[in-house]
Design a protein around this ligand. Structure first.
Ligand code: GLA
Length: 408
């Protein structure tokens, strides 16, 4: 515990340094939050429209009780369906599922956690509730008064009701409107003076990774919605290859929230999902039913070695080094010259006595590499053409502290 605590302080110090250099190269002040990818829990993937005040409190309690908070999960994020109606002054009220948002925020804060909320730049949210169109400043002020620490801003009806209506058939103008809408809420959030993590959710449209930071985004969804199915998760993973250069301290690619523990994902698939989101420096927002979490799911979500890959202070997203048939090899460069290597088997039914052979040269490495298998905790040695047997949809995740780099 103590080792971990001093490690986190060191990580924080380094991340702060990295964040400062980010600001120096022209990022806005929001680079001071989310210096490592945000970690927490979000209500949507499990509760969807049913979430209530009680579920949020239970999630906060469980983050503490399960040790997830100690492992780094701090944001408790309320997704869509908390919203009620606006009053005569335009002030938004909660619906009956959330009787007192300020009291709920106080409760979450009393646990040493932070709280997030959800809205849309359109008139309505994706689930058809009241959203922030033409009320941006008023809503941002309200969030700050409640003590909100994180906003997910989901395009939803802004596309049909605003962009397409006001600029029919003019894609360029529509996209300009989208950027302006995201920048407008950024300004409103900053005007509150409260540090609020700003999460864009517009499904990766218009190469958001290129303009997200200048519109104030701390993270931006790069894809449509995830679901708890291998196929969907794997498609999303593949869509991330090539986006690595856009991520860094204060501004992250978001391949969507975690489905670990949801649906019918196998243990191998849960491990692979978690490993690869860590390789991607993705936000780690658990989306499962925390009060009923199975021990093996908790073990995955609280694997500190894997979390340390995600939260590495260098903030350099991993990339796909190469693929060969159904096997893919990804690498991530970590602080102090360390490296993470992930080998995944995407094949459905592979059963073979003939192993996959790892080509270290394609990872820029030469000679024997000694590392730690982050799922077994054992030391592994990887040599050129290392024979690897991986079960279907499983992952080998290795951290190499001192990789032997190939000479050019
Ligand atoms: C969209 C988002 C989801 C979720 C729902 C809520 O689909 O992409 O993550 O927030 O809206 O309605």
């Amino acid at each position: 515990m103590r080792i971990f605590a001093s490690l986190s302080i060191a990580v924080l110090a380094l991340a702060t340094f990295a964040g400062q250099s980010q600001t120096a190269v022209g990022q806005n002040a929001s680079a001071q939050v989310a210096l490592t990818p945000p970690m927490g829990w979000n209500s949507w993937n499990f509760f969807a429209g049913k979430v209530s005040d009680k579920d949020i409190r239970a999630a906060a309690d469980q983050l503490v009780a399960t040790g997830m908070k100690d492992a780094g999960y701090v944001y408790v994020n309320i997704d869509d369906t908390w919203e009620g109606e606006r009053d005569a002054n335009g002030v938004l009220h909660t619906n009956s599922k959330f009787p007192d948002m300020k009291a709920l925020a106080d409760y979450v804060h009393s646990k040493g956690l932070k709280i997030g909320i959800y809205s849309s730049p359109g008139p309505k949210t994706c689930a058809g509730f009241e959203a922030s169109y033409n009320h941006e400043e008023q809503d941002a002020k309200l969030y700050a008064e409640w003590g909100i620490d994180y906003l997910k801003y989901d395009a939803c009806s802004f596309i049909e009701q605003v962009m397409e209506k006001q600029a029919p058939n003019d894609k360029a103008e529509q996209m300009r409107m989208m950027r302006a809408a995201y920048a407008k809420m950024d300004k409103a959030l900053k005007a509150t003076g409260r540090p609020i993590v700003y999460s864009f959710c517009q499904y990766g449209m218009d190469a958001v990774w290129e303009w997200g930071p200048s519109a104030g985004g701390n993270l931006w969804r790069t894809t449509g919605d995830i679901s708890p199915h291998w196929d969907r998760m794997y498609v999303i993973l593949n869509e991330q290859a090539g986006l690595e250069k856009y991520a860094g301290p204060g501004h992250w690619n978001d391949p969507d929230m975690l489905e670990v523990g949801n649906g019918k994902l196998t243990l191998a698939e849960n491990r692979l999902h978690f490993s690869m989101w860590a390789m991607l420096a993705a936000p780690l927002l658990a989306g499962n039913d925390l009060p009923n979490m199975k021990p093996e799911i908790k073990a995955i979500l609280t694997n500190r070695d894997v979390i340390a890959i995600d939260q590495d202070p260098l903030g350099k997203q991993g990339s796909r080094a190469y693929s060969e048939g159904e096997v893919e090899v990804w690498t991530r460069h970590l602080a102090h010259g360390a490296m993470a290597i992930a080998v995944i088997n995407a094949g459905d039914n592979r059963y073979s006595t003939h192993p996959f052979h790892l080509d270290l040269r394609k990872l820029g490495l030469a000679g024997e590499q000694t590392g730690k298998d982050l799922w077994t905790g054992k030391t592994v040695r990887l040599n050129q053409n290392e024979p690897l047997e991986l079960a279907s949809h499983d992952v080998l995740l290795v951290r190499v502290e001192k990789p032997v780099i190939a000479s050019k």
